[in-house]
Write a protein that binds this ligand. Structure first.
Ligand code: GRF
Length: 203
């Protein structure tokens, strides 16, 4: 399966996906074939180039509306014959049209145990709430914010003296395991999104 990854920043999750897909023993059934960023000169674009993967920056200011920008993203994905799209730290709201077009083939990683702490600053929300446990969630994307059907979660403890930074680091490590695992479940046909928006498992 050809995988496109949308990014906005550091791209450590992108790197985890690249590394797993390059490892034949990981059996990912996935090639990272295109990386698109809505931010210029981010480390994620450099990571893609270093791995020999086409890396495209699209400037939202070049488009009159969100729909037009997302249509340009879709056009790039289609041009590269992308089957599955991963959001890896993509800090931009998607238009409903884009979500509908890629439904069932579009997954996101979020740094909390959803449905707890959706939206921005999930790690701070977690610490402020006094949670003893956090983690990450990989889910299909629907029209809501961090609401789609959950493929898998990985849990990490929250320590008494954790700061947002120390917790973020621990969650990141779990993300780098969870995202490739979830992508593999999708590209190997083990999981699918039903037309009702629920998870379907296949053995
Ligand atoms: C991750 O924590 C991810 O859950 C969130 O944005 C962060 C991206 O980090 N959506 P990176 O760019 O992959 O390092």
């Amino acid at each position: 399966k050809k995988v496109g990854v949308l990014v906005s920043g550091t791209g450590s999750n992108l790197q985890a996906l690249i590394d797993n897909c390059a490892d034949p023993t990981a059996c990912m059934c996935a090639d990272i074939s295109l990386v698109i960023s809505n931010k210029p000169q981010v480390l994620a674009l450099q990571r893609a180039k270093d791995a020999g993967i086409p890396a495209v920056y699209l400037n939202p200011k070049d488009y009159a509306t969100r729909e037009e920008f997302d249509a340009a993203v879709s056009a790039q994905l289609e041009e590269h014959k992308i089957d599955v799209v991963c959001l890896a730290g993509y800090m931009r709201i998607l238009s409903p049209e884009f979500v509908r077009k890629w439904k069932g083939r579009l997954i996101n990683i979020h740094p909390s145990l959803l449905p707890r702490h959706p939206g921005l600053n999930a790690q701070k929300q977690c610490i402020d709430a006094g949670d003893r446990e956090s983690g990450c969630t990989v889910h299909f994307v629907d029209e809501g914010v961090d609401t789609g059907a959950i493929i898998l979660q990985e849990r990490v403890p929250v320590h008494r003296h954790d700061t947002v930074e120390t917790l973020t680091q621990r969650i990141h490590q779990s993300e780098h395991r969870a995202f490739p695992r979830a992508l593999r479940l999708l590209t190997t046909g083990r999981v699918r999104l039903s037309s009702q928006g629920t998870i379907m498992w296949y053995s």
